[in-house]
Write a protein that binds this ligand. Structure first.
Ligand code: ZN
Length: 459
């Protein structure tokens, strides 16, 4: 099967015959000019043996009447009209379905149904959204000959009728040109303001914040004078920028400490980020199991219990949060216990590898389907904040144990996630040398600039 859907196919084709005709018409006009300027000149032109035959014959024209006749004869010659573009581009209107679009294009309802059954990607045509664009080509019998649909920004669905009169669907990846771009900035206001001023889109800023989020708490740790440098990809098609791609490498200097992350793409095309030494930038644990929560009670081995009014160690940390706030597993692991346990109320205990366990208490409810032995992923919701057990108000009581010993979840050193596989490390280090040199150069430029700024400010 041949797929050759070059954009040039959309343009009307100009036949060879037509080009020849245009050339001979020009020759006739040349001849007319020549005939008016005198026979002698014309003859000298016609004597040129290098002239093509039809120009030479046009130059034989002797007078205006003959000239007119020649032009008319040329025009009467059956001229193939330029083929109208067979392709129709349809922009989907709000609420419009594929069958409605087919109807407006004079295509049958049954064909619209058949098309959506061709493949999983073809089934996407059942959920068209306003602004989607479809390209359609009809056969002379007003049946669907071809359809093209670009979806998810990266792929094109091609449907076409094969030689056996059957519709077939193929999905191909849109080919982008990847160009590298750079941005540097200094924090003067906020990550978002200064990031945007440096030319970074919100998407790239989010990606950067996520990358460094295990090491820097952007809500608490950010300081004026922190700086960043980002090398990222821009996706181009036909010389036009479509959108930003992913971050290739980035550096964030927070309170004088530099954090660097470089991309690694594995054999399956999945991207992950590592430190220049090949350590994962991810930690095996999230620091906190609830987003946007405030610590209401810290880890304290000598605390007086608010309800029991006795000295009783507080072996975890409490996060005040509204009832129903999602609670996330702080690391990959397995459910070791799920159920009601005395003062803890509804509680989930997760086991992570052989050394670590985490405990989440006072839940209002568990994530449905979660049971003993269920595997959980880091960041996955396991339940919701409540006040079950001994609790005065909705909050999450969170404990962190290493080899059975309680640690302060806020300060315990967190292990990093798996490092880059040893087998890939040497080659990756060699490949990332260029990117690291670019980060160095960006940092140097920034330093030089800020020193120049300082020198200007001095009296
Ligand atoms: Zn507590």
């Amino acid at each position: 099967m041949r797929i050759d859907y070059s954009p040039a196919e959309l343009a009307p084709r100009r036949s060879v015959k037509r080009s020849v005709l245009i050339a001979s018409l020009c020759a006739v006009l040349l001849a007319a000019v020549a005939s008016r300027e005198g026979v002698a000149k014309r003859q000298s032109v016609s004597a040129d043996p290098a002239l093509p035959a039809d120009i030479a014959s046009a130059l034989e024209v002797q007078n205006d009447a003959a000239f007119t006749e020649a032009v008319q004869a040329a025009l009467a010659d059956p001229l193939p009209a330029p083929e109208p573009s067979d392709w129709v581009t349809v922009e989907v209107q709000r609420g419009q379905t594929l069958s409605q679009i087919f109807e407006t294009q004079g295509l049958g309802f049954s064909e619209s149904i058949a098309v959506t059954k061709l493949s999983r990607d073809a089934a996407r045509l059942k959920n068209l959204r306003a602004g989607d664009k479809l390209q359609l080509r009809k056969s002379p019998e007003s049946r669907l000959a071809e359809l093209r649909f670009e979806f998810d920004g990266s792929n094109t669905l091609h449907v076409r009728r094969d030689a056996d009169d059957r519709l077939e669907a193929v999905t191909t990846a849109i080919e982008f040109e990847h160009r590298q771009a750079k941005a540097v900035g200094v924090i003067e206001n906020s990550l978002f303001l200064d990031g945007q001023r440096a030319g970074l889109s919100n998407r790239l800023l989010m990606q950067m914040a996520e990358m460094f989020g295990y090491d820097i708490d952007f809500a608490l740790d950010l300081r004026i004078g922190d700086r960043f440098g980002v090398i990222y990809e821009e996706l181009y098609r036909d010389g036009e920028k479509l959108r930003d791609g992913d971050i290739v490498a980035a550096e964030f200097v927070n309170r004088g400490r530099s954090f660097r992350a470089l991309r690694f793409i594995d054999g399956d095309g999945n991207a992950a980020y590592y430190t220049p030494e090949g350590e994962s930038i991810r930690k095996a644990f999230l620091r906190t199991p609830v987003d946007f929560a405030r610590i209401s009670s810290r880890f304290n081995p000598n605390r007086r219990h608010p309800i029991l009014n006795t000295i009783r160690a507080h072996k975890g940390v409490d996060y005040a949060a509204g009832a129903g706030t999602p609670i996330r597993a702080t690391a990959d692991g397995k459910v070791e216990f799920i159920g009601v346990k005395g003062g803890y109320g509804r509680v989930v205990i997760l086991k992570h590898g052989s050394q670590y366990t985490t405990l989440y208490a006072h839940m209002s409810r568990y994530r449905s389907g979660l049971r003993n032995g269920s595997p959980v992923r880091q960041g996955q919701v396991i339940g919701y904040v409540g006040a079950s057990g001994l609790a005065t108000a909705p909050h999450l009581h969170y404990e962190f144990r290493v080899n059975g010993v309680h640690k302060d979840p806020v300060t315990v050193p967190l292990p990093r996630a798996n490092p880059l596989p040893r087998s890939a490390l040497a080659q990756w280090k060699a490949e990332s040398a260029t990117v690291l040199a670019q980060l160095d150069a960006m940092a140097e430029q920034q330093l030089a600039r800020s020193q120049a700024d300082l020198a200007q400010q001095e009296p």
